[in-house]
Ligand binder design. Sequence first.
Ligand code: NAD
Ligand code: 2YH
Length: 259
Amino acid sequence: MALLTPEDLKNINRQLQEADSAVLRVTGLDIKGVCKALYGTSPCSEKVGIVPVTSGNGIIGNFSASLHAITQYFGFDSFVTDMPDVSGYYEAVRNEAEIILMADDHTFLAHNLNNGKIANNQPCTGIIYAEIISRNLKTESKDVLVVGLGKVGFPGAAHFVHKGFRVYGYDADKALLEKTISNLGVIPFDPSNPRKFSMIFEATPCANTIPEAIISEDCVISTPGIPCAISEELRKKYNVQLVMEPLGIGTASMLYSVL
Ligand code: NAD
Ligand code: 2YH
């Protein structure tokens, strides 16, 4: 299980603005526009209570502050509770939070107390990063490669299948790859027999998972995976359009999904 670090979340506003520009270049919509198109919802300054959680590995520096910045960026009226854990939850509800955001080491959730809807960060992240690439204006191709078929990658792959893409999948874990082939009908990708893709979705916790042999010129790579899946050198060489951001795009997807 990969945990965020304070370093990943440095300058979150700048990271979010850069990601928004990249999403706009790839899709013609900004992140808000993609979320609205995906879920058919828009925020109306809902009050979001962000509750720090100390269990397991404890508080991650910059995590709650980043959620505060992200929620404000997307038009929510948010606050971070003074107290963590159960006391923080109580404080959030007493201060009239309509949506609760909180995360332990395994689950990051958004819970709308008005309508009962609840969202988990991993599938919401997979779905929004897949939606972004599915809206790629640059190619008519319906072929997409998904690298990493875990808790983020599998829902992403399922979203592509649902949208009618021809989905190729690869995971270092053979059992997981087999499960995805039989459950979703994805086509297994063999890295020892590579071909080029113009759209790649990556969701692994490893660096350099996208080798040169599979990248076509102007390729769009949509990757929530941390660290980055592609080297700076390859990115420049193939003029790769990279959509990558550590927390905000997935959080926006969660929030829009519970409105
Ligand atoms: P996971 O452990 O459930 O899945 C990761 C998968 O990647 C595993 O199935 C693993 O076998 C596979 N993998 C590892 N190395 C590989 C390689 N070299 N080639 C192919 N497959 C490989 O993890 P997850 O919850 O799906 O998260 C994936 C990544 O996304 C993590 O880095 C996580 O921190 C990140 N994440 C980012 C955001 C965001 O908002 N940017 C949100 C959630 C998760
Ligand atoms: O980063 C995480 C886990 N990987 C779960 C999220 C799924 N992508 N959790 C954040 C923990 C935050 C901490 N408890 C805090 O500061 O409140």
